[in-house]
Design a protein around this ligand. Structure first.
Ligand SMILES: [Zn+2]
Length: 172
C-alpha cells in the first residue's frame, strides 16, 4: 500500500512539473519585452523611404486587408527581413498555411528581434509585436499556432521583405 501511495505521489509530482515547464515555455514566449530601437528616424524621413501602405501599417499600426499581401500565400525558402530597417525577423521554416489571410509564422528568427506588448485597441486584448531595431509595427501573435511553439505570428506583408536563400547556400 505504501508503495502505491508513493508511486501515486511521484506521478502527481511529475505531471505537476511538466505542467509548470509548459507554462514556463509559454510565458517566456509571450512575456512583454522592449528593447530600445537602434534606428530612429522622423516620420517625414520614414515617409520618404516607405510606400504609403508600408507607412500606414508599420508606422501607424495599421493592418493591410486580408488575402491582399505579397506573402500571405507564398512559401519559397528564404528569410524575411523588416521592410523598414532590414533586420532579420523570420525564416521560411517557421512559415505555415494558417488560412487567416496574412503571412503566418510559428516562431521568430530571434526572440530579441521583436518587441512584445499588450494591445487593447478596438475593444480586444491582443499581443502586438514590432521590430525591436526600428519599432516598425509587424502584426500580432496568437496562441493558436502549430507545435512546438503553439504560436501564430500574424504579420503584415508590407512590414516584411523576403530574400530567397541562394542555391549555392543550400548545398552542404
Ligand atoms: Zn525594423
Amino acid at each position: 500500500m505504501k508503495k502505491i501511495i508513493s508511486l501515486f505521489f511521484l506521478l502527481t509530482l511529475t505531471i505537476f512539473i511538466q505542467t509548470m515547464a509548459q507554462d514556463d515555455i509559454r510565458s517566456k514566449k509571450l512575456k512583454e519585452q522592449h528593447v530600445s530601437p537602434k534606428v530612429i528616424k522622423s516620420n517625414d524621413s520614414w515617409k520618404k523611404n516607405l510606400s504609403p501602405l508600408q507607412f500606414e501599417v508599420s508606422r501607424n499600426k495599421g493592418t493591410e486587408r486580408p488575402y491582399t499581401g505579397q506573402y500571405f500565400d507564398f512559401y519559397e525558402k528564404g528569410n524575411y527581413y523588416c521592410s523598414n530597417c532590414g533586420a532579420l525577423l523570420f525564416n521560411s521554416e517557421s512559415k505555415f498555411k494558417s488560412g487567416c489571410g496574412w503571412p503566418s509564422f510559428s516562431d521568430v528568427a530571434n526572440i530579441k528581434s521583436i518587441n512584445i506588448v499588450t494591445d487593447e485597441s478596438f475593444g480586444m486584448v491582443r499581443t502586438e509585436i514590432s521590430c525591436s531595431n526600428c519599432e516598425a509595427h509587424l502584426g500580432h501573435v496568437f496562441e493558436d499556432g502549430p507545435p512546438p511553439t503553439g504560436l501564430r505570428y500574424c504579420i503584415n506583408s508590407v512590414s516584411l521583405r523576403f530574400t530567397p536563400i541562394s542555391e549555392q547556400k543550400e548545398k552542404p
